[in-house]
Design a protein. Structure first.
Length: 165
């Protein structure tokens, strides 16, 4: 059975643009990348002070993977890119977050769906709203575009480049 997964991508260490491009290529091994958002530069939110800005994007993946296996594959892709986990909200080589998976709702701490903070973060919502503005949160019913209008673009800037080429 085929599933629709929305994945947020972020990077702010090393060569973020090249890392995100490689991540999209890597994610193609997990299914069909149906759409990729524009790229955004965003100020860090939380975490240790002095972090560089992030590059963020989102994509829609059509996959045969079940949600837990997809999350494990995302974590493996992060590890291949050199991600190490030490501190919450630290700078990172690559961050791949499973935002939505079909319309599944899961309170499991190992895989909370939808992502618990996605509809509160402009750096997730801006690329998601570009990708699928009418996409609805399965609990609240709020669309990505409505959530972005509520949250705003503070610290989030769309980059004027075709980054996936």
């Amino acid at each position: 059975m085929s599933h629709a997964a929305y994945i947020a991508l972020g990077a702010n260490l090393g060569e973020p643009l090249q890392t995100l491009r490689r991540a999209v290529t890597d994610l193609r091994r997990l299914g069909t990348v149906e759409a990729v958002s524009p790229l955004y530069r965003t100020a860090p939110v939380g975490g240790p002070p002095g972090q560089p800005d992030y590059l963020n994007a989102a994509l829609r993946l059509r996959t045969e993977y079940e949600a837990p296996a997809l999350l494990a594959a995302l974590h493996a892709a992060e590890a291949r890119a050199g991600r190490e986990r030490y501190e919450r909200w630290e700078a990172r080589v690559l961050d791949l977050d499973l935002i939505l998976y079909d319309e599944q709702i899961s309170p499991d701490p190992a895989l909370t769906l939808p992502h618990p903070r996605a509809w509160q973060r402009g750096f997730v919502l801006a690329p998601l709203a570009d990708l699928a503005p009418a996409l609805r949160h399965p609990v609240t019913g709020e669309s990505a575009a409505q959530a972005l209008a509520r949250v705003g673009l503070g610290g989030v800037e769309r980059m004027p480049l075709d980054w996936t080429t």
